[in-house]
Structures are given as structure tokens and as C-alpha cells.
Design a binder for this molecule. Structure first.
Ligand SMILES: O=C(CO)[C@@H](O)[C@H](O)[C@H](O)[C@H](O)COP(=O)(O)O
Length: 226
């Protein structure tokens, strides 16, 4: 399983790459907007500096024309680095760009996926990752569990290398469901990770262990001090 952070916030990335087994960082123009008026390429390079070249960095094109998407991709690859996964929404024009980018040997993440058919087309085009939008699908009354399951089946049927990078999560249950239905990767905001540990039962277990230890060895004793 690959756990990615869906954020462009430097402090969050610095903090959470130490906490989770981080596989990569994703963003989109809406996520970038939250960082204010940044120097975009310098900011992305800074993120790369934090996560290193081993982890994947996914950066989205913003142009809406085919030529524009290819130019955006060229700039991203030139100004950040050539390992970046170029995120392209799976529209008709986006699919054309994905085909061309794969023809050029570029790493591609096919994003904004709401339907199985978009996913099937992106898999056939050779996308490295496909990103179904879990919560947004639910909001549209599309069952993301069934859709992700079928996407995984299609990948297996066609013996394809594409991985499912599920996105758009609002709670931990959705992440579990995506992974259990065949997604190899999930990208999420740090709010989801915080939510995962925000359980009185976890806190109580830790406090009970501490109390028992202190009752036995005294308040100041740690294992290291024995
Ligand atoms: O597509 C990817 C990763 O490939 C994500 O960055 C993706 O754009 C975001 O998770 C979604 O757009 C966020 O969706 P939402 O939270 O606005 O519903």
C-alpha cells in the first residue's frame, strides 16, 4: 500500500513524512491555492527536497487545451525534475495528452476520475496511476467501492502496470474501503491521519499502560533508566 499526502503545505509534509511511511505527495490547483501567492516551481522543488527522489511527486497541469497541457507538462518536467508524475484530468483532451505523454515516456497520473469508463480508457492509454475521487463519487451517487473493485479487475485482466491512487477522502472509512477494494495507493490530507488517531480508546490505553508502569517502578522510571 502506498500512502500519499494530498497537500502542498511544507510544514505538513515535513511533519508527516516523519510519521507515516510516505510514498509520495499529490496536489492540484485548489490545493496549491491554499498556500497563497507562492513561487510555484520553487515551492514544488522544496517539496521534492523534503521527500527526496525515491518518493513520487504528482503535479497537475492547468491548461485546458491539448497543446497547453503538453507545454505545462514540459515546464513541470524542466523546472522541477523529470521524475515528476504529470497529473492530467481524464477529459477527452486530457486523454489525448495522456497518450502523448506516455508516448514520450513521461510518468503520468490520470486524475479527476468519476467513472469506470474514464478509468478503463486511462488504463488503456498506459497511465501509471489513475485517481478515482472517492468522496465526490459518493456525492454523485456513484458507488466508489464497486467502481474501484472493477478498475482493479480491469488492471488484472489486461495485465497492466497501472496503479489505482484513490483520492478525495473525507474520513478514514473511505480510505479503508478504497484500499480493501483494490486501490494500491491512497492520497489524503493530514486531517484524515489526525482523525485516525483521535480515538479516546487509544489515549486511554496509553494512559493505563503509563499508570501501571509508574505504580510498579515509580513515576520517573523509564525502561531506559532501569
Ligand atoms: O487527484 C489527486 C491525486 O492524483 C488529488 O490531488 C485530487 O486532486 C484531490 O484528492 C481531490 O481533488 C480532492 O478532492 P476533494 O477533497 O476536493 O473532494
Amino acid at each position: 500500500m502506498e500512502f500519499m499526502l494530498d497537500t502542498a503545505n511544507i510544514e505538513e509534509i515535513k511533519q508527516y513524512e516523519k510519521i507515516i511511511a510516505l510514498a509520495g505527495v499529490t496536489s492540484n490547483p485548489t490545493i496549491v491555492k491554499k498556500e497563497g501567492d507562492i513561487d510555484f516551481f520553487a515551492h514544488m522543488k522544496k517539496i521534492r527536497g523534503i521527500i527526496g527522489m525515491e518518493k513520487s511527486l504528482h503535479v497537475q497541469v492547468v491548461a485546458t487545451s491539448y497543446e497547453g497541457m503538453l507545454k505545462d507538462a514540459e515546464m513541470i518536467l524542466a523546472k522541477i525534475d523529470s521524475n515528476v508524475f504529470i497529473k492530467v484530468p481524464v477529459s477527452e483532451i486530457g486523454l489525448k495528452a495522456i497518450k502523448e505523454l506516455k508516448h514520450r515516456g513521461v510518468n503520468v497520473t490520470a486524475t479527476a476520475i468519476y467513472t469506470k469508463f474514464q478509468a478503463y480508457l486511462a488504463i488503456a492509454a498506459g497511465a501509471d496511476y489513475i485517481a478515482p475521487y472517492f468522496n465526490r463519487m459518493e456525492n454523485l451517487n456513484i458507488d466508489p467501492r464497486e467502481a474501484i473493485h472493477e478498475m482493479a479487475q480491469e488492471i488484472a485482466r489486461t495485465n497492466s502496470q497501472t496503479k489505482i491512487l484513490a483520492a478525495s477522502f473525507k474520513n478514514v472509512g473511505q480510505v479503508n474501503a478504497a484500499l480493501e477494494n483494490g486501490a494500491q495507493a491512497a492520497t489524503m490530507g493530514v486531517d484524515i491521519i489526525k482523525q485516525a488517531f483521535d480515538m479516546p480508546a487509544i489515549e486511554k490505553a496509553v494512559m493505563d499502560f503509563t499508570a501501571d508502569w509508574e505504580a510498579t517502578f515509580g513515576e520517573k522510571a523509564t525502561i531506559a533508566s532501569l
